[in-house]
Design a binder for this molecule. Structure first.
Ligand SMILES: Nc1ncnc2c1ncn2[C@@H]1O[C@H](COP(=O)(O)OP(=O)(O)OP(=O)(O)O)[C@@H](O)[C@H]1O
Length: 241
């Protein structure tokens, strides 16, 4: 079953013209996609549509076979918690909790993730420890530290562990590397790809940094998916020509 199927999607912000007009965008299970495009082209808006935080005015989005707009608000929230792992630019970690508790938090909101973590690792705590270890945060002292005691790069890795625990079908990463230097960015993308590939999970990562594209199976410019910007660039080209 495809992980993501977008069909005839149209979206505009209130009172504005069409921002997104995407006839088709499909991802297979295990695809790792780098989505890029100019600032303001609608990348974050598209991610919010894929996760059901926003609903399209036209068209449909199926995630693991479910039309997310057809779910009630409460079921959509639960579906998102069960099926999707997020890595945000702002991390959204809870500063007063330990690393392990921050990672385990994803299972507090999803029995599906909790059950999977327990079936694979014996307990949620062991699953959290496994991912923290894979991400180079193995030291027990580090695991029990508060997240505020870590560097930004280390906090970023905690956010990755929290996104991966419970093996969601889709991982969404929105500008996760913007606070990191070049070397840390490359290391981050390498370990993220490795872990996502081990879990056979689908990954969509958005970044301005096109140098990262070569680390992904697929690199998709949003302008290529989006009829609105495709038409704009054709008009631009005809003026130039
Ligand atoms: N909540 C909102 N209400 C109204 N307009 C919005 C809202 N959020 C975004 N927009 C508009 O939608 C357009 C696309 O924004 P979006 O954040 O999706 O772009 P982006 O490609 O992610 O940009 P960036 O790379 O700068 O993060 C912008 O013109 C923005 O002003």
């Amino acid at each position: 079953m495809p992980a993501v199927v977008v069909k005839d999607l149209k979206f505009s912000w209130r009172g504005g013209s069409n921002l997104l007009d995407i006839p088709r965008f499909d991802l297979d299970t295990g695809d790792r996609v780098f989505l890029h495009g100019p600032s303001g082209s609608g990348k974050s808006t598209l991610l919010n549509l894929l996760t059901g935080m926003l609903l399209p005015q036209q068209g449909s989005i199926h995630i693991s076979g479910t039309d997310i707009a057809s779910l009630s608000g409460a079921r959509r929230d639960q579906y998102r918690a069960d099926k999707i792992g997020f890595i945000f630019q702002t991390l959204n970690l809870l500063p007063y909790l330990s690393l392990t508790d921050n990672v385990a938090m994803a299972c507090r909101f999803s029995e599906t993730k909790e059950a999977y973590a327990v079936s694979q690792h014996g307990s949620v705590g062991k699953a959290a420890a496994y991912f923290l270890e894979r991400l180079g945060l193995a030291e027990p002292l580090q695991r029990n530290a508060k997240v505020t005691e870590l560097s930004v790069g280390q906090q970023q890795r905690v956010a990755v562990a929290r996104a991966l625990i419970g093996s969601p079908s889709l991982i969404i990463a929105d500008e996760p590397t913007s606070a990191l230097d070049k070397q840390a960015r490359e290391q981050f993308v390498a370990i993220l790809n490795e872990l996502v590939s081990d879990l056979n999970t689908t990954l969509i990562m958005v970044s301005h940094d096109e140098a990262l594209a070569s680390s992904f199976k697929r690199s998709v410019p949003l302008t290529q998916l989006n009829e609105v910007t495709r038409l704009e660039s054709k008009v631009g080209q005809s003026y130039v020509g």
